[in-house]
Design a protein around this ligand. Structure first.
Ligand code: ADP
Length: 301
C-alpha cells in the first residue's frame, strides 16, 4: 500500500520510525512536507501538488501536524479526504483536539472524568471564577501553551488572581483548574490506537516540579493501567472522534481524570520507555482501516 506521512521534518524520531515500520511491513512510504503541498479544489478532479508533482495513488495518510501549523496542515489532510484517501485521524477531529477548551467541553459532555475546570473572559469575574473551581491552590493554563509552558500553580487566592489578571491583561486566553495534589507531580500517557491502549507510561516531574512534561526534565517509566484508566483513555479518544492519540491522565482520589488529548503524539518517549513497537502498530492499524473503508465505499455503489 502507498502511505504518506505528513510531516514537516523527515529527521524527527516519530516520522523516521513510521517510515521504517511501514517499509518493514512492505508498504511504499513517502514523507510529505504538508507546508509544501498546494491544492486544486475542484469537484471533478481534486488534487494535491507537492514540489510540482501531483500526488497520486495514495491509499492512506498519517498526519503529524505541528501545533502551530494546524490551519494549513488540516487543510491538506481534508484535501486527501476529499480525494477519498483514508487518514489515520480525520482533519475535523485534529482541529477539534487542538482547542484545549473545546476538547474539555466535548469530554465533559460525554461524562468523562476531568479536573474541575473553568474559564472566564472579563477580569471583573476572576473572584467568582476562582471560587467556582473550589478556590486555591489551583492551576492556571494558557490555552495556547504546550509542553508545560504557560501552566502555573497558584498556591493562594491572591497569587491566582494576580496571574490571571496578568495573562488576561496580555489578552491571553486561559483556563483555571482544580489542583490534583495527590497526583504528586506525575501523569500517565496512554497511547491509544483504535479501541485499545497499546502502550502507557508514567511521567514524573523533576524534584519540586508539579509538571511532569519530559521537556521540563520529567522522567518516564512503564506502568500498568487499571481497567478504569484503560477505558477512560479509549472513551476519551472516541469522544474526540480520533483514532490514533495520546491521552494524558492524572490519578486522583476520585479516579482517572483526563488532562488532555494529543492527536500527533510523539513516539520517542513511549517507545523508548516501553520497548513496544508503537509505530508498527500504527501502520498495521492504518493499513487495515484503509482497506476496510475502501471495501465499504466500493460496495456502497
Ligand atoms: P501542556 O499541554 O502544556 O503539557 P498540561 O495541561 O498537560 O499542559 O499540563 C502540564 C503538566 O502539569 C501535566 O502533565 C501535569 O503533570 C501537570 N498538571 C496539569 N494540570 C494539573 C492539575 N490540574 N493538577 C495537577 N497537576 C497538573
Amino acid at each position: 500500500m502507498k502511505i504518506a506521512i505528513l510531516s514537516q521534518d523527515s529527521s524527527l524520531y516519530s516520522t523516521r520510525r513510521l517510515r521504517e515500520a511501514g517499509e518493514a511491513q512492505g508498504h511504499e512510504m513517502q514523507i510529505i512536507n504538508y507546508l509544501r503541498c498546494y491544492m486544486n479544489i475542484t469537484a471533478h478532479k481534486p488534487a494535491i501538488i507537492y514540489r510540482g508533482k501531483t500526488l497520486e495513488d495514495f491509499e492512506a495518510v498519517i498526519p503529524r501536524i505541528g501545533a502551530s501549523r494546524t490551519f494549513y496542515g488540516t487543510a491538506v489532510v481534508r484535501q486527501f479526504e476529499v480525494m477519498g484517501v483514508f487518514s489515520a485521524n480525520d482533519s475535523q477531529a485534529i482541529s477539534r483536539s487542538r482547542d484545549k477548551l473545546r476538547c474539555l467541553q466535548i469530554l465533559a459532555r460525554k461524562g468523562i472524568g476531568l479536573p474541575v475546570t473553568g474559564c472566564a473572559h472579563a477580569t471583573e469575574d476572576i473572584d467568582g471564577l476562582i471560587e467556582n473551581v473550589g478556590g486555591a491552590p489551583l492551576v492556571i493554563k494558557l490555552l495556547e501553551g504546550t509542553q508545560g509552558i504557560g501552566v502555573v500553580l497558584a498556591e493562594t487566592h491572591q497569587a491566582a488572581k494576580s496571574v490571571i489578571e496578568a495573562f488576561r491583561g496580555l489578552d491571553a486566553n486561559i483556563l483555571v483548574q482544580e489542583y490534583i495534589k495527590e497526583a504528586e507531580g506525575a501523569d500517565i500517557r496512554c497511547f491509544v490506537i483504535g479501541d485499545k491502549v497499546v502502550a502507557s507510561m508514567k511521567r514524573q516531574g523533576a524534584e519540586g516540579e508539579f509538571r511532569s512534561n519530559l521537556h521540563r526534565g520529567g522522567k518516564a517509566e512503564k506502568i500498568r493501567l487499571t481497567p478504569e484508566e484503560r477505558s477512560t483513555a479509549v472513551r476519551a479518544v472516541k469522544a474526540m472522534g480520533l483514532r490514533v492519540a495520546g491521552v494524558d491522565l492524572l490519578r486522583s482520589n476520585h479516579g482517572a481524570l483526563v488532562l488532555e488529548i494529543n492527536s500527533s503524539p510523539g513516539l520517542e518517549g513511549i517507545e523508548n520507555t516501553t520497548s513496544i513497537d508503537v509505530a508498527g502498530k500504527i501502520i498495521d492499524f492504518v493499513a487495515k482501516s484503509a482497506i476496510q473503508v475502501k471495501t465499504r465505499n466500493d460496495t456502497q455503489y
